[in-house]
Unconditional design. Sequence first.
Length: 355
Amino acid sequence: MNRSINFSAGPAALPLAVLERVQDELLDYRGLGHSIMETSHRSPEFMELADRSKRNLRAIYGLNDDFEVLFLQGGATLQFAMIPMNFPDGGRPAGYVDTGVWASKAISEARCIREVDVLASGASACSDIVSWGNCEGRPYVHITANETVNGVQFPELPSMGDTPVCADISSEFLTRPLDVNSASLAYAGAQKNAGPAGVTIVIVHREVIDAMSGELPSMLSYRRHARAGSMLNTPATFSWYVAGLVFEWVLAEGGVAEMERRTEVKSRLLYHVLDQSDLYLTTLPSECRSRVNVPFWLGSETMDQKFLEAAEGRGLRNLKGHQRVGGIRASLYNAVSESDVRQLVEFMQDFERTA
Ligand SMILES: *Cc1c(COP(=O)(O)O)cnc(C)c1O
């Protein structure tokens, strides 16, 4: 077996121990005689797995009992629409902070549903909450905790008093302790850091569910999903199962505090090389740099291309930047080890020397 060093932004690398567990259990799930994806989502085996995954996620984020944990489909992208549909109308438009590509998508989807004000734009918006103005009376404020494409990350979830905060935590899910209890809703597509595509984890305060006005079609309603234990219809059982194994892995490795420690070490190694370099360019002020997705550029498309080809030659895969911004992007999710990042930075230093 020759596993590559995989810096993919998503669907992304998974911990080897989790993949091996899946392999072990694939033909016969714990004595069942068939795999978990060949069994009913209402079977005792799957119900047990579903409960365990919720319990473990609660433990990971220290969630209190006011929160429901849902496992939905439609990706983070469907949450862009479900949030504006489910929150009651306030006297004022909902507030959105536009820190990059994903926030912009969330804004344009929300505008199909309700009135939206963009409170602040650009990378600096995440460290300057004062610039958002007074948000009292807004039905909610939406932020993108980590911009996967632009590499912008909030230092922490903002505290907005009585105004509910909704946070897209897709690409930083499970990489640091985050005070999700201070938010009203946090959501993450699994494929960045927690499993195969197909399942989206939504952590939602019961107040949001109770305050929901009117009725929505059931698949768009947090209330209906919560009442049905995320089993209104057939959930993405295999993706849910793998996400549950990843939660167990995170806890066994020391939880999100340990994930944060590793993420800090890995990102510091990479930023150190970027900051010292005359070849590699970064554009962001240090206070809003992402510790998870690190974009950089070499000054020309030709050089970017040369870099990517040489990296491939060393077994360093999936470093191409998002098509919207070009350049290079290294994603440092939990399954990417410190040793993987050391190999990347050694390669980068060699490449700069000979470029
Ligand atoms: C990938 C990503 C999305 C979109 O996720 P899908 O599951 O593909 O809908 C949304 N927000 C962020 C921050 C992302 O990284």
